[in-house]
Structure formats: C-alpha cells, structure tokens
Design a protein around this ligand. Sequence first.
Ligand code: SF4
Ligand code: SF4
Length: 343
Amino acid sequence: CDLVVLATGMVANNGPDPYAQLAVDTAETEEAKAAARQKLEHAPPSILNLDYHQGTDLPQLKYGFADSHFICFPYETRRTGIYAAGPVRRPMDIIQAQDDAAGAALKAIQALENAAGGRAAHPRVGDLSYPRFRKEGCTQCKRCTVECPFGAINEDEKRYPVFNEARCRRCGTCMGACPVRVISFDNYSVDTVGQQLKAVDIPDEFSEKPRILVLACENDAYPALDMAAMSGELITPFVRGIPVRCLGSVSLSWVTDALNSGYDGIILMGCRRDDDYQCHFVRGSAMAAERMSKVGDTLKSLSLEPERIELHEVAITDTKRVPAIINAMAETIRRIGLSPFKF
Ligand code: SF4
Ligand code: SF4
C-alpha cells in the first residue's frame, strides 16, 4: 500500500462531570449504579475548581465536551458567566476556534453588563426578578437544587435552599419542581398562572363547546402560535393559550387544577429536549417531560382518558404544525367527549 491515512480525534479534557455523583445516587439498577460509579472513579482531576454545590467543573455532554447549548447559544455553558470556546465545547480546528473565541468573549461582555445592572443572564436579559421561597412551607426535599439546570441553588446547614441570584437565569424550573409550591417570583408564580387558568370562561355542559388549554413556552412555542395566527392559519376557537417561561416552570398543580375546573384537553408545548435539545434553559423541557410522565396517575385518579393531555416539542418555525396539533386535540375531544368535570 502506498498511503495509510490514520484518523485523528480529539479527546475532551474537561475535568470531572459534576453530575457523575448524582448519576450514582439516582441509578435505578445495580448495573447502572456500578457503571456510574466506575465513571466517577476514573474521572480526571478538577480543572476549574468551581465552588458549586453540584461539583467543581462544567456539566458535560455525552463525549465529555462542555455542555454549551450547541444548537441555539453555542458558547453558553450551564455555569452562568463561563463561556466555552474552541475544542472545550466541540472538536474544531484553530481557525474555527479563533472565531469561536470572539463569540464567547462578546457573550462574556454581555453577561458582565447584565450582572452590573442586577439583570438575568441570557435569555431573559433585562429580567430583574429572582426566585424566593417560603421557608415555613419548605420540606427540604432538595428537588429545586437537583432540577435547577444551572446549579444556582445551594443548601444551608439545615438543607434549606439558598438561591444564588448571580447564577440564576430566571427559568422557573425550581418553581415547577417544588412539590409544595413555595417558590415564586414577584412577576411569575404558581398562583398567578393558576389564577389565569381559573379566569378562563369554561362553557357549561349544555353549550357543548370544548375548552382546550395550551401552556406554551414563551421562547419558541408562543411566538410560533402568534405567527400562525398572523399568517391566517385556522385554529379552533375553543382553545386558550397561556405563555410560560419554560416548560420546566410548569407545576403539576396547574394540570390538576385545569382538569378539575372542566378543561377538556391540555397541550404543553416546549422546545426540543434530550441530546439535541433546543430548550433555552437546557434541561427545562426535559424536566417537564419527566414530571408529566407521572401525570397518568392523576388522570387515572380522576377517571379521565390519557388522550386529554399531550406534550409536544415545537420549534419557532412550526407555524403550520402548531395549529394542526391544537386542531387535532379538538378532534380528539369531539371523539372522546367533553370532560365529566363540567357536569
Ligand atoms: S429560576 Fe432557574 S436558574 Fe434560577 S434558581 Fe430556579 S431553576 Fe435555577
Ligand atoms: S423544592 Fe420546595 S420544598 Fe423542596 S427544598 Fe426546594 S423549596 Fe423546599
């Protein structure tokens, strides 16, 4: 043979994954626990030595590169104020890395300006609110600490949450996660959305009009709905939409309350989750899906059909698909009948 081509590769060098210990703690089988423990034992030494309750280095993607929102906001890591560039976030050559470094530096400047003004980091740039919790109601369950995608919650010596405002991106995932609903923002809470749900007029059983609720993520799903309406797409008049910060902020109590108040169908619309996620808050959409997987028990306890609740991943460009999803739900309700909770 005249020529041998040897493939080269890049190996990520990012320190230990902060969620490796969590993977050990939450593994459901002994094999999964052993595999997670082995990964933890072979983790490289820390590079950044960050002072985070959740670990010393940047959260990682499958191959060990820093999780830096590779589709929508390429430089943003899950540690607010740290921007990944070059092969820290994915394999690339030196020319690409130079461009990347310029983008990351601009992001860092934007973050500094926001921090100086007490504002949230991207994407809720300009938001001055931050989460608070009612201590007397807190059960120290740690759900908020575990689900916050950005490690913005620590714990004090009594295991009560301690919110770090400089790290918080105001996604509301902690609010949606809290089983006893004690986390809220001044301008967004379980109660304010609950009131919006209840303020919607529910037609009585004699008018035979269904009522469908859409909880739409304000980042992609809600603008997609808006654009669909502006471009004249036909959407059933029986739907009512409420924007949410992120599907991660959706409390299961909204779903239960809506079902109890006589809504016939509920659609949750958020960004794509998992490996090729587009969620603006990285894990919010995935957390919502996990929570909603348990909604079946609620439906069963109310003797309602599972078709009454759907969760969809949508993109901002889905201006034709979004009306189709809603109209399909209207058709489903026509087929299975109105909710018995109107009666
Ligand atoms: S609002 Fe989001 S970023 Fe802030 S503490 Fe809650 S989960 Fe974390
Ligand atoms: S999720 Fe709610 S109850 Fe649990 S620790 Fe956080 S604030 Fe307390």
